[in-house]
Design a protein around this ligand. Structure first.
Ligand SMILES: *[C@@H]1O[C@H](CO)[C@@H](O)[C@H](O)[C@H]1NC(C)=O
Ligand SMILES: *[C@@H]1O[C@H](CO)[C@@H](O)[C@H](O)[C@H]1NC(C)=O
Ligand SMILES: *[C@@H]1O[C@H](CO)[C@@H](O)[C@H](O)[C@H]1NC(C)=O
Ligand SMILES: [Zn+2]
Ligand SMILES: [Zn+2]
Length: 619
């Protein structure tokens, strides 16, 4: 820990002195250049404007192999600096928000001894105004401590955790950041009260405490804060989905009980989708996707400072809203702040890009395992199929699992994984240590139940896949199917529309060239014109909850008597439930559940990729 911290400091200092040399251009050196899509939809400036990111999960280097999302955190800093300048020229306000989940999902955050040691320092270099905490800051005690020690002081009152506390060494509980932040905007002098909430998360480490939103909004401090005189607007941001989930509505009811008309702007996260919802005529919510694929933009016009004090009959003029989801590439980002690629990078932005590059090398993230010959995709490819990542694992990878008990690895076996154990697509090109963290960031262990009669074992997979909703990855509260529905269909779920999305592209698998131009087509409460880049939509296929690989089966094609049932430890309750359904006579406790050992999914993938060789490195 000490070592890395010192390294960070050294690099920050070195980069600061080198900043004026301008040796570093936009993005990461190995990032693919953006596709220069014409006809971007402009952002519309209002009286007050917001830029928001959420669920960055360590992707500060950007998506090196995906041109649509290949900008980096340095480019984002440049974007913010230019946007702030424009706001000042126009005499309007701009507020930059991040909604948490900054760990787990990328080497830059995950490869350090304490997750986030380097990435959080880089994250803090961008001029963000308001930040809140995500559930991924709370799984590990040391990460929560780091958030308290590093981020909260840096933001000096602007890191908001209205319902999250940490226990100090002496046993006292304190809020990790502040519960609320009151400020007046720079140019329009709008008086804002801000809160930062986390959804009712339960799987946190013991050194933190998450209070239920519904209860917190009844607490005296909150009730007093919303009654402070002279507030023109509330900004409620944080880590909660803005559709289907109850938390945001609990906050909304509490504020509306006191202020019938006051403008309230919400920002959410966690479900990894682009979305915009309208709560009422003066309250809307924006959610800016995931993994730095998206920068969210919302602007509001028509706020009348000074007139929203509790006059129930007041009918102010309606507010005008505009929202955009910007693709995270330098073409989009520079376009929206009226810069060319040569005028876009600011000294701060370039400095951040350089530090990211240095750290990727320092952490050995660029070490190549092999050259992926084609794209292996999750929801974007049909399963089973030649471009399905699940199929690749099922047919080529999982059978390479070796038990620590060498005696049993020859047994007939079924190896199960849940599709949620894979986090992201695997794109053609160099597969590095970083890619391992990206595709499968979780460190699950393998468990097994020895010698399950095959007549029972062969029915497990169908049971798992019949469940609507089980296979969240350890950390995501909704299934992939839900995620898919939510990402494209919002409230007005319409199966026909869904089907048209699927059939539009289902006729053939995407080629790598297609993938460069297809992208998100978001349907939200304001319609279908929110995405800045007009794309053909990504195809979306339903993925099974789980897949299973058969191994060591009799070569004559007959069925084995019994098999070892092997699965990721996370799946245990689901496997036991399935067994109980299949054989109600067998008490769940009677199944012997043992540790199988062997390499993680991430390591198995790396080993497999080695077999492809590293030819693409020297084109
Ligand atoms: C624990 O430490 C904090 C910060 O140093 C201090 O404010 C608080 O009073 C202490 N609590 C107790 C019970 O000593
Ligand atoms: C964009 O920048 C150019 C050159 O820097 C300037 O002439 C033009 O007025 C700008 N456009 C807008 C809309 O600000
Ligand atoms: C980088 O990782 C590879 C693969 O694990 C390893 O062989 C190599 O020694 C590492 N290099 C450094 C500098 O740590
Ligand atoms: Zn997340
Ligand atoms: Zn989350």
């Amino acid at each position: 820990m000490v070592t890395i911290s010192r390294l960070v400091l050294a690099a920050l200092t070195a980069a600061a002195t080198a900043a004026c040399e301008n040796v570093f251009e936009l993005s990461q050196p190995s990032a693919l250049p953006p596709v220069k899509t014409p006809n971007l939809r402009d952002i519309e400036w209002g009286q007050i404007n917001f830029i928001s990111t959420t669920d960055t999960h360590g992707w500060l280097a950007g998506h090196l192999l995906q041109p649509s999302f290949a900008a980096d955190w340095g480019d984002y800093a440049s974007f913010i600096e230019h946007a702030k300048e424009i706001a000042d020229e126009k005499g309007v306000d701009l507020i930059v928000i991040d909604d948490g989940d900054q760990h787990d999902g990328n080497g830059l955050s995950d490869a350090t001894p304490v997750n986030g040691q380097v990435s959080q320092q880089i994250l803090m270099m961008a001029p963000i105004d308001l930040m809140s905490i995500g559930n991924h800051e709370l799984y590990k005690c040391e990460v929560t401590q780091q958030t308290y020690d590093l981020l909260a002081p840096h933001f000096d009152g602007r890191y908001l955790t209205s319902n999250v506390e940490i226990m100090l060494q002496n046993g006292s509980w304190v809020h990790i950041g502040q519960r609320s932040y009151r400020f007046t905007t720079k140019n329009k002098k709008i008086n804002i009260m801000a809160f930062g909430f986390l959804f009712d998360f339960k799987l946190n480490c013991a050194n933190s405490r998450v209070s239920e939103v519904e209860q917190v909004v009844q607490q005296a401090w909150f009730q007093a804060a919303i009654r402070e005189p002279g507030i023109d607007m509330f900004v409620v941001f944080g880590h909660y989905p803005i559709r289907f989930w109850p938390e945001m509505w609990a906050i909304h009811r509490a504020i509306r009980a006191v202020h019938k008309n006051i403008p309230i702007q919400y920002f959410g996260g966690h479900s990894h989708v682009r979305d915009f919802t309208v709560l009422d005529s003066r309250a809307t919510a924006l959610q800016a996707g995931r993994f730095l694929e998206t920068v969210g933009w919302v602007s509001i016009d028509g706020i009348e400072p000074g007139i929203y004090e509790d006059d129930l009959s007041y009918s102010a003029k309606p507010l005008k809203y505009s929202r955009r989801y910007l693709d995270f590439n330098t073409h989009s980002l520079s376009y929206h702040v009226n810069k060319t690629e040569s005028t876009f990078g600011t000294p701060l932005g370039k400095k951040i890009s350089k530090i990211i590059d240095e750290y990727r090398i320092e952490l050995n993230l660029t070490y190549p395992f092999g050259c992926v010959p084609t794209d292996y995709l999750l929801e974007k490819a049909k399963y089973p199929g030649p471009n399905s990542l699940l199929t690749l694992l099922e047919e080529n990878v999982l059978m390479n699992l070796e038990s620590d008990h060498s005696a049993i690895k020859e047994n007939p076996r079924l190896i199960f994984i849940n599709s949620g154990s894979l986090r992201y697509d695997m794109y053609s090109g160099i597969f590095t240590i970083d890619s391992g963290y990206i595709v499968s960031p979780f460190d699950n262990k393998w468990k097994y139940i020895p010698q399950v009669p095959y007549s029972i074992a062969k029915r497990i997979l169908a049971r798992l896949n019949a469940l609507d909703y089980i296979f969240m990855e350890l950390t995501t509260p909704i299934s992939r199917t839900m995620l898919v529905r939510q990402s494209n269909l919002g409230d007005t779920f319409d199966i026909n529309l869904m089907n048209s999305f699927i059939s539009a592209s289902a006729a053939q698998d995407l080629t790598h060239e297609d993938l460069k131009t297809t992208g998100y087509v978001t349907i939200d409460d304001l319609g279908m014109d929110g995405d800045d880049t007009p794309h053909k939509p990504y195809p979306i296929y339903y993925l099974p909850n789980a897949i299973a690989t058969k191994d060591n089966f009799p070569i004559d094609g007959s069925e084995p008597e019994a098999v070892d049932v092997i699965f990721l430890d996370f799946m245990l309750p689901f496997i036991l439930d399935a067994l109980k359904d299949i054989d109600p006579a067998m008490p769940t406790d009677d199944w012997a559940v043992l540790l199988y050992g062997g390499k993680s999914v991430k390591e198995l993938i790396k080993d497999f990729v080695r077999g492809w060789g590293t030819q693409c490195l020297n084109p």
